[in-house]
Design a protein. Structure first.
Lengths: 131, 116
């Protein structure tokens, strides 16, 4: 009688890749990464191009002023504003963690929440300002 | 002659770590200057905008800001590529591409700030 094949032990697998299930500090961290990549790919060339056009001539300045008054463009700008602000506030949080401020679990979770809220409030304020 | 043996690493990681933070602080300070300008000037017109970039001090600060952005982006994107792109050839190619793009951006920034 052949010996039974060893049955591989069933290990529990739990790959929770849903961003919404990340704890707050994880969310802040992955958003900082995503916003960084997005800004590298799109914001840097966009800023340079707009800067070149608006400084180049008064016609260029005025045509970009008109483009920026379009609602859809304002939404895109707000997306970049959120990216920039979130990345900035998350970065300040890391600087504080570097100097051992707020490294234990509860303060780290609280500061992560503060970063997310500040990014959204800042974006809201800019939104009110440009609308 | 006995030499002190360094047990781990090439010790260049701290340079990236420090540069990432120094460039970040430069960018925060410059952001505050720019936000201040728009708070005071409100809806800037072409004249104000040109006037701002005519100041040599502002030009230097602006270039310092842009170079900080590119150095910061280089470190950040390099880390992202090292985390996600496993085949070495592809990863190094992408890193070279990113480096060249950022160098090109540096040159472009100089031409915009001083040339227009």
């Amino acid at each position: 009688m052949p010996s039974p094949q060893p049955v591989p032990r069933q290990r529990p697998k739990y790959y929770d890749l849903n961003l919404l299930h990340l704890p707050m500090p994880g969310l802040v961290s992955i958003f900082q990464r995503i916003t960084g990549v997005v800004m590298f790919l799109f914001l840097i060339p966009a800023v340079l191009y707009v800067l070149q056009c608006t400084l180049g001539s008064e016609t260029g300045f005025n045509s970009w002023k008109a483009i920026f008054s379009e609602p859809i463009v304002k939404l895109i700008v707000l997306g970049f504003v959120w990216s920039y602000l979130h990345h900035l506030f998350a970065g300040i949080r890391y600087l504080l963690l570097d100097i051992h401020i707020g490294t234990s679990l509860q303060p780290a979770r609280a500061s992560a929440k503060v970063v997310l809220v500040l990014g959204l409030i800042g974006t809201l304020l800019v939104g009110v300002r440009i609308w | 002659m006995p030499t002190k043996k360094i047990p781990v690493g090439a010790h260049y990681g701290w340079q990236d770590w420090l540069a990432q933070r120094v460039t970040a602080i430069i960018m925060v300070l410059f952001s505050i200057v720019i936000i201040g300008f728009f708070m005071i000037k409100g809806g800037a017109n072409y004249g104000d905008w040109k006037e701002l970039f005519r100041s040599q001090l502002f030009r230097i600060l602006a270039l310092l800001f842009f170079l900080s952005v590119y150095y910061h982006a280089w470190i950040g994107i390099k880390d992202v590529l090292m985390d996600y792109i496993k085949p070495a050839g592809l990863r190094i190619s992408l890193q070279v591409l990113v480096l060249l793009l950022l160098l090109a951006c540096s040159i472009w920034s100089v031409t915009i700030i001083w040339g227009t």
